[in-house]
Unconditional design. Sequence first.
Length: 89
Amino acid sequence: MVELGWIGWIIIGGLAGWIGSKIMKTDAQQGIILNVVVGVVGGLIAGFVASRVFGMESGGWIYSFVVCLIGACILLFIVKAVTGRRSRV
């Protein structure tokens, strides 16, 4: 399998974070940097869990994107649950 470099993680994380923010309806609150951070952090967390549950360390671009997307959605869900709804004044 192809190993992703840090540029690959930024690209995949950015796309996954952006799509995850669209799914979780938080896109208006985030910029491109936060999308990348959410995608990469979500991917790291979900990748760790997936490697323990499924025993797969890596699976290429598509596997990495799906794992990052799922992780980003879960991370955004947790952040929304912890922070609650904040109204803009």
